[in-house]
Design a protein around this ligand. Structure first.
Ligand SMILES: [Fe+2]
Length: 180
């Protein structure tokens, strides 16, 4: 059964807000990038699910504190994935919910969370399915700050992954070898 992602987002966002305009632009960019990867690489994935989950992957941002991108919530920004999971599970969308939790960085391992002292539950948050990996990958090419419409270069994405350590970069490179 297909999901109206825009309608799900609008349960939490004002359609005429700067935040929703930014979120929708970003999410459509990620969905389009993922669709392009599917077409170019002939990926055997559930394309309809990928589109829906790509449009929903950042639903949790409004609960976080990131005034530069119009988010006036209280949680640290890193929590937008787990918040997204919670919100989508409440909507009865557990498969989409896991995409939210598993899309930050190149995924977060339990070791990453512990080592960096991140304010997150202590469990692996690595993308597992092809669909989860593809959305995580596509998301890395678009920022919500700066120019949200511009696709980053591979060099820029790899440089930002490297900041989170060798393992993050290796996970990104593995996704790039399949989807890029
Ligand atoms: Fe995103």
């Amino acid at each position: 059964m297909s999901v109206d992602a825009r309608a799900v987002l609008l349960k939490h966002y004002d359609e005429n807000s700067d935040l929703f305009r930014l979120l929708w632009l970003h999410s459509e960019k990620v969905a389009a990038k993922a669709a392009d990867c599917i077409a170019r690489r002939g990926l055997k994935v559930d394309g309809e699910f990928v589109r829906e989950a790509a449009l929903l992957h950042d639903i949790g941002v409004f609960r976080c504190h990131a005034p530069g991108i119009f988010c006036s919530g209280r949680l640290p920004y890193i929590c937008h994935g787990t918040e997204g999971r919670r919100l989508l599970e409440e909507c009865g969308l557990p498969r989409h919910a896991l995409v939210c939790e598993r899309h930050t960085g190149a995924g977060l391992s339990l070791a990453d969370i512990e080592r960096q002292g991140l304010p997150l539950p202590h469990r692996d948050m690595l993308p597992v399915t092809e669909e989860e990996k593809l959305i995580c990958y596509a998301d890395k090419f678009f920022s919500k700050s700066g120019d949200p419409a511009r696709e980053k270069t591979l060099y820029e994405v790899r440089r930002s992954m490297a900041k989170f350590g060798e393992e993050s970069l290796a996970r990104f490179d593995e996704m790039h070898s399949r989807f890029g």
